[in-house]
Design a protein around this ligand. Structure first.
Ligand code: AP5
Length: 213
């Protein structure tokens, strides 16, 4: 099963990709998490990406294609994956076609999660992320059992550098201009499922799982 999750910042892509991973036993591949790990480790890719990520701009397509091709070539992705944060523009969608064609496949499903801008700001300003495993939390709607600690691995929960108000606005503008056109792109291919991602987490999770089935 090869699935892409599309949606604006804070739509719940990471949250629901984790749920799909647990449900279907295929890896959650998040380009945002991969970039943050590369930045943290100070790799050459991380050094190129750092400023762009911090100000909410897209990292160059060639760097992303290389990163995604490597990750999807790993053994654990042989039976499928949930791709979160890639592709982010039409050129990246074509790069993904090429990467998948090399393994003799194509996307089964693209889920487009929709949420209005006011809710996005509320979600991102309250978001906390595990510094060790990347699991997402929210101080109000999805708090951890022990304050400041990840339920899954016990890691420290922190606020992301790009969740500051001015960067949230930039990320939203980039999404509308560059990524949203992919909704029509994949609708035209007959693989798109549109999911209302507002409301209680459990309700949205049910919609997301239903759309993948
Ligand atoms: P990335 O990490 O992919 O960020 P994003 O797309 O902006 O998405 P987020 O991670 O902010 O949100 P999400 O949709 O995963 O929501 P979440 O589940 O956390 O990318 C970061 C940066 O890396 C980009 O800006 C760019 O610079 C670069 N980058 C990444 N990929 C790239 C690419 N392909 N090309 C070029 N550059 C790239 O949920 C958010 C919060 O809301 C959480 O606290 C959660 O608990 C809460 N929540 C979720 N659902 C609900 C609900 N139903 N009710 C209440 N709260 C909810």
């Amino acid at each position: 099963m090869m699935v892409v999750l599309l949606g604006p910042p804070g739509a719940g892509k990471g949250t629901h990709a984790d749920a799909l991973r647990d449900r279907f036993g295929i890896p959650h591949v998040s380009t945002g998490n991969m970039l943050r790990a590369a930045i943290e480790e100070g790799t050459p890719a991380g050094r190129k990406a750092k400023l762009l990520v911090e100000r909410g701009d897209l990292v160059p397509d060639e760097l992303m294609a290389e990163m995604v091709q490597d990750r999807l070539g790993a053994q654990d992705a042989a039976g499928g994956f949930i791709l979160d944060g890639y592709p982010r523009n039409v050129d990246q969608a074509r790069d993904l076609d090429r990467i998948l064609a090399m393994r003799g496949g194509c996307l089964d499903r693209v889920l487009s999660l929709s949420v209005d801008d006011e809710e996005i700001v509320r979600r991102l300003s309250g978001r906390r992320t595990c510094e060790s495993c990347g699991a997402p939390y929210h101080v109000v709607s999805a708090p951890p059992a022990a304050e400041g600690r990840c339920d899954r691995c016990g890691g420290v929960l922190a606020q992301r550098a790009d969740d500051r108000p001015e960067v949230i606005a930039r990320r939203l503008a980039v999404y509308r201009a560059q990524t949203e056109p992919l909704v029509a792109f994949y609708r035209g291919r007959g693989v798109l499922a549109e999911v209302d991602a507002t409301g209680a987490l459990d309700d949205v999770r049910r919609r997301v799982v239903g759309a993948v089935r």
